[in-house]
Design a protein around this ligand. Structure first.
Ligand SMILES: NC(=O)c1ccc[n+]([C@@H]2O[C@H](COP(=O)([O-])OP(=O)(O)OC[C@H]3O[C@@H](n4cnc5c(N)ncnc54)[C@H](OP(=O)(O)O)[C@@H]3O)[C@@H](O)[C@H]2O)c1
Length: 226
């Protein structure tokens, strides 16, 4: 498997709270703003003297919870979700671009977004608002980068993917999340994408001529007529 991955030859470093056996790991709780500066240090350290031909930062970290109507949720959990979903992508994205600024290589910043950025999902306000923030940040910063011939900045909505996030949706009550049935049906009908296929499709975007600042839905790229 490792020999056949599309990103074969790339050094992969995961950033999250829990390590994965599949990659080098940098521990960070992105809901805690005090963790962000250390990531900036890590980006600068990794990229000083970088000799590769492509540097890619995929900001996938996010959380769909807490799910529920805003006024019923715990304010501390709500605040943590705002920091993780809305603030961290902007600040960590900025830190990456600053650290990669003088690197003589193709530079890519890919942010994971969602249809929730523009569709109404009661119970998901903090998540949807975070994704809408990402989309607009990518449009603006992507245009800045294009002006100066800098990094390619993209937001990518992957469609429904069979991950822990989808499990969490299925386990939520209809009262907290009235559109839950849609996700139960997608699961039952086998319509959730495989995470490896999704990662492969996202990696495939890096070789395409896509304008910096684009907000892309992987499902539309796969079925342009649909
Ligand atoms: N799955 C879908 O259907 C779907 C659809 C549209 C968009 N997306 C987006 O795709 C991205 C990945 O989602 P997923 O489906 O893989 O969700 P997931 O299964 O819930 O995984 C979330 C990822 O974010 C990390 N994370 C969560 N809280 C974090 C924190 N406080 N600090 C650092 N890392 C944190 C987790 O790692 P740790 O737990 O180790 O911290 C994990 O790697 C998200 O941005 C999500 O919004 C997913």
């Amino acid at each position: 498997m490792v020999d056949t991955v599309p990103w074969k030859g790339a050094r992969v470093i995961g950033i999250s709270r829990k390590p994965s056996p599949a990659a080098e790991h940098l521990e960070a709780d992105l809901a805690d703003p005090s963790s962000w500066a250390a990531l900036g240090d890590a980006f600068r350290q990794e990229l000083s003297g970088f000799a590769g031909d492509r540097v890619v930062f995929v900001h996938a970290a996010g959380a769909v919870g807490p799910i529920g109507f805003a006024e019923e949720l715990d304010t501390d959990a709500y605040t943590a979700s705002v920091l993780l979903n809305s603030a961290a992508p902007q600040v960590v994205g900025q830190l990456f671009l600053a650290a990669a600024r003088n690197v003589a290589a193709h530079r890519h910043l890919v942010m994971l977004t969602s249809g929730a950025a523009s569709s109404v999902y009661p119970g998901w306000a903090v998540y949807g608002a975070g994704k809408a923030t990402i989309d607009q940040w990518v449009r603006d910063v992507g245009a800045e980068q294009a002006t100066r011939g800098g990094a390619q900045v993209l937001a990518v909505a992957p469609g429904a993917v069979e991950t822990g996030l989808q499990e969490q949706l299925r386990e939520t009550s209809e009262e907290e999340f009235p559109k839950r049935q849609k996700f139960l049906d997608l699961h039952k009908e086998g319509k959730l994408s495989d995470p490896y296929d999704t990662a492969t499709a996202i990696w495939g975007l890096l070789g395409r001529d896509l304008d910096s600042g684009s907000v892309i839905d992987l499902r539309e790229l796969a079925n342009p007529a649909g």
